[in-house]
Design a binder for this molecule. Structure first.
Ligand code: BGC
Length: 416
């Protein structure tokens, strides 16, 4: 558009506004960002939209990993009343797109050149049939360990880099009288540890089992060993772990009651929200044996197909705000994740954030970047939920490792 045309469009907008023809529209946003750190990040987004005249109608549904949020969403859509925008993960976005329920963001995506700056691994989920259907706000990854620095120092050991070193540190923390591993017994949390444990058996094994769903990998000796590692980790969890929310497990590490938590980098948001400093109060490492590899998940705002032109305009404004490079920096610094675009500088990020960005780029270049099973980026929800059931049953002692591996093969086969 030339300058004259741009000017004409701008003055038309001013005229329309002053004549009261254009209404600032609210967006109703369904999400599961309800912990302290998550709420702090959400406020960055709300504040940004408010400055653009877009009101925020909050629809929070607690429950990490979004399982509960997705149940509520299904009910809303079935009732013919979808929210404007929904926080969504990977395969869920594609499932809704296949149902024809999502809107189209092609215009804003083309105007802002999203194709050139959003990594392909994310575009595979943000686009359907070549059309933009969601705006990615971040990239999280699940193969992290968050360690209380004082508790680590008290062991006299360095941060673990191998499985054996990890077990030695956990033993030493136990001997020092703290809970070595802070964990909440919820299926998605068990699965989050499982992501990292499977990856620690090697990138080829992660791909074969969690992405290609190869029955030989799902039921073979490496999977039995992965389940053995899960059982070992289970032995370092306190007696009250059942049902505990993930952010309460983070709090145990923050206050020194526990030594470490194996959790995605949203946990960093809790540490920061509590005023803790990376390197001083806590240490972030990749799950031992997974340095150079990343299991990622990306929160995206999927836009539902809404009728009114005002609502569509508000969706486009929200998508544009979410994709703004300055916003992606400000938001992800607080959230614990890293930007969903490749052109955002790392200056504002702390050492863990800088590491997250570097690890992501390295894994992407080396073919060791994989979608997280636990967070909906390796398989559709039906298969993911089948895996959750087996992982949790084993974690709770219902299956031995051999049986769990066999059950995994059967559950995945039935779910496909
Ligand atoms: C989301 C994160 C969120 C975490 C815990 C993950 O699935 O991607 O944004 O913080 O769940 O609620």
């Amino acid at each position: 558009m030339n300058r004259f045309a741009t000017g004409l469009r701008a003055s038309a907008a001013v005229l329309a506004l002053s004549a009261g023809m254009v209404h600032a529209e609210d967006v109703e946003v369904l999400h599961w960002w309800t912990s302290g750190g998550e709420a702090a990040a959400l406020n960055v987004l709300k504040g940004n939209l408010e400055t653009q005249g877009i009101g925020w109608e909050d629809m929070p549904v607690a429950g990490g990993g979004g399982t509960e949020a997705m149940t509520v969403l299904r009910a809303r859509v079935t009732a013919g009343n979808p929210p404007t925008a929904v926080q969504m993960l990977g395969f869920d976005i594609q499932d809704w797109a296949k149902e024809g329920a999502l809107g189209n963001l092609d215009e804003v995506a083309a105007a802002e050149g999203w194709d050139a700056v959003v990594p392909e691994a994310l575009q595979g989920f943000s686009k359907h049939d070549g059309h933009w259907i969601a705006a990615p706000v971040n990239v999280h990854s699940t193969n992290w360990v968050w360690i209380n620095k004082a508790a680590l120092d008290a062991t006299g050991m360095a941060a673990p880099e191998t499985w054996d070193q990890l077990v030695a540190v956990l033993d030493a923390m136990k001997a020092n009288g703290i809970t070595p591993l802070a964990h909440g017994g919820q299926a998605w949390q068990d699965a989050t540890i499982f992501d990292a444990v499977v990856l620690s058996m090697g990138p080829d094994f992660y791909k074969a089992s969690m992405i290609d769903l190869d029955p030989e990998a799902l039921g073979g000796p490496q999977m039995v060993e992965a389940f053995d590692r899960m059982a070992t980790l289970r032995s370092y969890v306190d007696d009250n772990f059942s049902g505990r929310d993930w952010n309460l497990a983070s709090a145990m590490v923050i206050n020194g009651e526990a030594g470490m938590q194996m959790m995605g980098d949203w946990a960093k948001g809790e540490f920061l929200n509590a005023g803790k400093v990376p390197g001083t109060d806590f240490v972030c490492i990749r799950f031992p044996g997974t340095q150079g590899m990343v299991t990622f998940n990306s929160d995206q705002f999927a836009m539902f197909d809404v009728a009114s032109a005002d609502a569509k305009a508000a969706q486009a404004t929200m998508a544009s705000a979410v994709m703004d490079p300055g916003f992606q920096s400000a938001f992800n610094v607080v959230k614990g994740s890293v930007p969903a675009r490749t052109d955002v500088p790392n200056d504002a990020f702390d050492d863990c954030g800088k590491k997250g960005m570097a690890d992501l780029a390295e894994a992407n270049a080396n073919g060791t970047l994989f979608g997280s099973m636990a967070h909906g980026h390796s398989v559709p929800a039906s298969v993911k939920n089948a895996m959750y059931d087996v992982v949790t049953a084993h974690f709770n002692g219902q299956y031995d490792s051999q049986t769990a591996a066999q059950e995994l093969v059967t559950a995945v086969e039935i779910a496909q």
